[in-house]
Each structure stands twice: as C-alpha cells, then as structure tokens.
Design a protein around this ligand. Structure first.
Ligand SMILES: [Zn+2]
Ligand SMILES: [Zn+2]
Length: 268
C-alpha cells in the first residue's frame, strides 16, 4: 500500500510518532511517548519519587508542560528500525541556547515492550553538549541554572523570577551605559510585533535603514528623537532590536523603567 510504504521509508521514528494506541492481541499498548511521560521516576533511578516523569521534569525545570517536547527516535543508533531500539527523548528548552534532554529507551531491539530505562542524559549550552551520567546530575544542573538567574521579568504583564531567563540589554541614547534586565522568551514574544525581525548587533549608534520598532512596527526616526537599541539573549551574537523610547517604556514594568532612568516618562 502506497501510504504505508512511504511511512516505512521515512523511518520508524516518524511512524512511531504518528502511531495511535494500537492493539497487540486484546491489550492496548500505549504509544512510546505516553509510556515515557508516565513512567515513574522511581523506576528510572533509585531514591527518586514515585511520580510520572513528565510531572517531575516540569517541576524540576520550572516550565509549563507544553514547554517540554517529546520525540521518538532510534536512540541515535541508526538502522532501519528493526535493528535499532526505540527511544523517547524529552527536551526542555530553558532559554534559546540552553536545553536539558532526557532520553529513555522504551523498546529494545527484541521488540518486546520493556520497562523504559534511561538511555542518555545531556544538556546543550550554546551549542556545546554536556553529557550527564545520572538523574542527580540533571537535578544539580537544573538547580545551578536556576541560581545563576537573577531579577524579575522586565515586562509589565509578568512578575516572575525566572528560570530560563534571557538577558535583555538596553542601550539608552545618546550615550547611556547599557542596562541589563531580564525577560522570559514568552513575555518578549507576547509583547513584540512578529513582523519585525532582528538584526545582529553592529554599531549601536547606527540604526539600519528600514529598521522598525519591535513593538509598534512603525519606522524609527533616523534623526531627532533617538531610537533605543536592545539586545535579547545570552547567545552570541544576541538579537538586536530597536524601539521608540515610548513603545519600550509602555511594555516595561515600572521598576525596569527606573533602571533605565534617562529613558522613561517618569524621569524628573
Ligand atoms: Zn516574564
Ligand atoms: Zn514604536
């Protein structure tokens, strides 16, 4: 059958990912992702609580369940699906350049449904992979990443001290020193106009022709009232955006505006 052979060619990863619960004999077999989400952490490593992996991971990394992506793959073993085990990998992105990954083998090569086991644990940080040995390493890593973060989110609609924070570095004109604030990706994304794309940071004093305000999407004055430059992200280079001063201050919390004293309407 054409559809089936196409799916087979794509590979078992896709086939599994698309699989609905299916039947072996009379028994319902959960798809691998469901199996992985529900496996008890206590069954993966001794000394851990009897809680579903998904719930535990969300709490550990302090994200929403939707922020964890689950993917079925061949455990990096290659092969045509009959010669490689099946893994489910949970990936938690905590900032654009940092993520934590828990990969479980959910089906061995013998194709019996096994108790899921830890296959690989790692984090990526600015493109570097850091392999971890045990769940305890993952816990330590997540906590260390938390403690490295300071400050509440600078956006008005959010009051959270964050894990997964992005530096938000504002350079007020004409020659004010850059001020570092913090934001969440989600808060920045909610506030910005998505039709405006970022530049790579170049000369802070030179506004590129055609630059638009990240918040109202209107053109920026090249002369006269200065546009504000701001860089988002700890990755290198960060994403450079521009804004009208009033558009930026409209989005920011009062305490954040105070940090940018030359900027805000509250300046006396
Ligand atoms: Zn926020
Ligand atoms: Zn604007």
């Amino acid at each position: 059958m054409e559809v089936f052979s196409a799916a087979t060619r794509i590979g078992t990863g896709v086939a599994w990912a698309l699989a609905l619960p299916c039947c072996v004999g009379d028994a319902q077999v959960a798809p691998p992702i469901e199996t992985a989400k529900r496996v008890s952490v206590s069954a993966l490593a001794s000394g851990y609580p009897d809680r579903p992996l998904e719930e535990w991971l969300v709490e550990l990394t302090r994200v929403e369940p939707d922020d964890v992506s689950w993917e079925v793959n061949d455990c990096g073993e290659g092969g045509d699906g009959r010669q490689a085990p099946t893994c489910v990998e949970a990936s938690v992105t905590r900032s654009p350049d940092t993520s934590i990954h828990v990969s479980l083998v959910v089906q061995s090569i013998s194709a019996k449904t096994d108790q899921p086991e830890i296959w690989m644990l790692y984090a990526t940080e600015r493109g570097q992979v850091r392999v971890m040995q045990t769940l305890t390493d993952v816990v330590d890593y997540a906590r260390r990443a938390d403690s490295a973060v300071t400050g509440p989110c600078c956006f008005r609609q959010c009051a959270v001290l964050h894990p997964g924070a992005l530096p938000f570095t504002v350079t007020p004109p004409p020659d004010g020193a850059p001020v570092m604030l913090w934001t969440h990706q989600i808060c920045f994304d909610k506030s910005r106009d998505h039709s405006v794309s970022h530049d790579d940071p170049a000369d802070i004093g030179r506004i590129p022709a055609g630059a638009r305000c990240a918040f109202c999407a209107q053109p920026l004055p090249l002369i006269g009232k200065h546009a504000i430059a701001f860089d988002v992200g700890s990755f290198s280079p960060p994403h450079r955006f521009w804004s009208h001063p009033e558009c930026l201050t409209e989005q920011l919390r009062e305490s954040a505006i105070d940090d940018l004293s030359p900027l805000g309407p509250r300046r006396r």
